[in-house]
Design a protein around this ligand. Sequence first.
Ligand SMILES: Nc1ncnc2c1ncn2[C@@H]1O[C@H](COP(=O)(O)OP(=O)(O)OP(=O)(O)O)[C@@H](O)[C@H]1O
Ligand SMILES: [Mg+2]
Length: 228
Amino acid sequence: MEPVIEVERLRKVYAEGAETVEAVRDASLRVAPGEVVAIMGPSGSGKTTLLSMMGCLLRPTSGRIVIAGREVQALPERDLPAIRQLHVGFIFQSFNLFAALTARENVQVALEIKGVKGMEARREAEALLQRVGLGDRMRFLPRDLSGGQKQRVSIARALAGRPPLILADEPTGNLDSRTGHQVVALLRELAREKRSAVVVVTHDTRLADVADHICHLEDGVLTGAGNA
Ligand SMILES: Nc1ncnc2c1ncn2[C@@H]1O[C@H](COP(=O)(O)OP(=O)(O)OP(=O)(O)O)[C@@H](O)[C@H]1O
Ligand SMILES: [Mg+2]
């Protein structure tokens, strides 16, 4: 099957004054539609760096990134927002919700950015929130939601517009273990149902149970990406 994303010998070297950090070294990976890949590794091993490059938030030092058949690593900066909007949904550990907007509005805004208008955006936001089990929390502000509920809003938002690629950076990091498990199970189900490719960075070994594939990152070196 044609991968949703393919990265080949991806490298990132950060230069901080005289210090350089080789955060990711020649990582290769491909992820197919409907597949969940977990990336595990200790703090500082380069997980967020790798994910950020995959999501076109950070430019690699060298290597290739192909998203939906298109090479993106060398595109000019002005083209990247459109690539992200069209192809990528992000889920962060810190939720990144707008504090002044309700759960529904947080999802609706993401749809509107993607060109879905008015009532249609509203209906779709409601359907997405229903899907993540928050049908009775649409009008709540983030501060009135639990951690797991906030994370589910951010998942609903990441799914807005059905991006083929979902990138999640420690989506269970701030959750208790039971809630974390629910979020993990939800990501698994959604990958199957929507045929999105999901790449999830985690310290959480339970995620291993639901991933189709587990990669390990150690000191910038990715192993276990057997299908690359
Ligand atoms: N903007 C930056 N400038 C310089 N070095 C950086 C920058 N961002 C990250 N690094 C370095 O790159 C390495 C990898 O960082 P990264 O954030 O990718 O790790 P991580 O695996 O996500 O860690 P954690 O599990 O703690 O989130 C670290 O040594 C870090 O200090
Ligand atoms: Mg990180």
